[in-house]
Design a protein around this ligand. Structure first.
Ligand SMILES: Cc1ncc(COP(=O)(O)O)c(C=O)c1O
Length: 385
């Protein structure tokens, strides 16, 4: 009689990656244990630097980015902060685009500045003029393209060229385009950041971040920083993102097609003042976007005609296919609101009007357009009454 428990892995093969858990890594010998740190940056010495589930995800993301190495972290924000903390020290000058993710700017202004870092926010459309801001102690320039509220499109090659000229590192948040539409590392950026929470995961049920790079020294530094800062992504979350990556291309193409159609429809609506979406002809960033990026993107913003606050409330209350929420990139469409006061308070702001941001999911495009048409009718009714 066969003992069914003799070899639990016998003849088991699956299409799913295994979820390896482990805080403790165990060693065969005392010598292996003593030398365990030498296994970094790729190997396993303690759970904080990841298990084979994280390594598999890091391998797949690095391949997508066209880079050599990747460090997975527990969220997009943790990827941004870990990457900056790996290289910035007191006395350094750090340049951050005003279009960067707000929490990165807050981290720099409220934490890094108090540790003696000279933090300077620059205009997203600065281009080659960034050179004028570079000081002898400038260590890093952070970019985001486009900005994910008012969609400013920077001239990435011009900024990267100026940075290289002065041996300054560059970091780019590439979440909006994803590596399917733009590969920062191929454009000469040192560190490419993805909030895998958005397109990679794709289902609004996981937080995860990724830092990709080509330089092995940077990889060593960031693995060490991940360990010291305790920034370990959970194996289950890595699994969810690995699963999301299997459908990334299909979702990306479908959501992008739908987004372009919805954005073009919005642009011709009388209650809409402006649609901010670089893939649309007429957007101020369109030419630069077309030069540097492949088609794609599911996130755009809309500035409606000036209206009282209750008109915006009526617009949001009417939506049936769009949920109200701050994230984006998933299969469910989302709508977010950025009040006028926030826009007025931003450095180098593109508008002093409220911004409605839409993330287009996988619902039928016509259903989304009909939903927005109803919402705009409610908006208009409040304006008139
Ligand atoms: C462009 C961009 N970068 C980074 C983040 C942060 O990602 P996470 O929510 O995973 O921390 C976000 C989240 O909204 C984002 O939109």
């Amino acid at each position: 009689m066969n003992d069914p428990h003799a070899d639990l892995n016998q003849n088991f093969n699956s299409l799913s990656p295994a979820v390896y858990r482990g805080s403790t890594v165990v060693f065969d010998t005392l010598e292996d244990f003593v030398d365990r740190k030498q296994r970094q940056p790729g190997g396993y010495s303690y759970g904080i630097t990841g298990t084979p589930t994280a390594r598999r995800l890091e391998r797949d993301i690095a391949a997508l980015e066209g880079g050599g190495y990747c460090v997975a972290t527990p969220s997009g924000q943790s990827a941004l902060c870990t990457a900056v903390m790996g290289f910035i020290r007191g006395g350094d000058h750090l340049l951050i685009s005003a279009a960067s993710y707000g929490a990165l700017q807050t981290f720099a202004r409220q934490w890094l500045a108090s540790f003696g870092v000279e933090v300077e926010i620059y205009a997203p459309d600065i281009g080659a003029d960034i050179e004028r801001l570079i000081r002898p102690n400038t260590r890093m320039i952070c970019l985001e393209a486009p900005g994910t509220v008012t969609m400013e499109m920077p001239d990435i090659p011009a900024i990267v060229a100026a940075a290289k000229e002065h041996s300054v590192m560059t970091l780019m948040d590439n979440t909006w385009a994803s590596p399917l539409a733009f590969k920062p590392l191929q454009a000469g950026v040192d560190l490419s950041i993805e909030a895998a929470t958005k397109f990679f995961g794709g289902h609004s049920d996981v937080l995860l971040g990724a830092i990709s790079m080509r330089d092995h020294g940077h990889y060593e530094t960031l693995r060490e920083t991940q360990s010291i800062m305790g920034q370990q992504a959970s194996p289950e979350d890595c699994f969810l993102v690995l699963r999301g990556l299997e459908t990334l291309r299909l979702r990306y193409d479908a959501q992008s097609r739908s987004a372009l159609e919805v954005a073009a429809w919005m642009q011709s609506h009388p209650q809409v003042d402006k649609v901010l979406f670089p893939p649309l002809a007429g957007d101020p960033g369109h030419a630069v976007w077309k030069r540097d990026f492949s088609p794609g993107g599911c996130l755009f913003s809309v500035i409606l005609k000036p209206a009282p606050q209750q008109a915006f409330s009526a617009f949001f209350a009417s939506l049936k296919h769009f949920s109200i929420g701050a994230s984006w990139g998933g299969v469910h469409s989302l709508a977010a609101f950025y009040p006028a006061a926030i826009q007025k308070g931003r450095a180098f702001s593109k508008t002093d009007q409220p911004v409605v941001r839409l993330s287009i999911g996988l619902e039928p495009t016509q259903a989304l357009i009909d939903d927005l048409a109803d919402a705009l009718r409610q908006f208009e009714r409040q304006c008139m009454g």
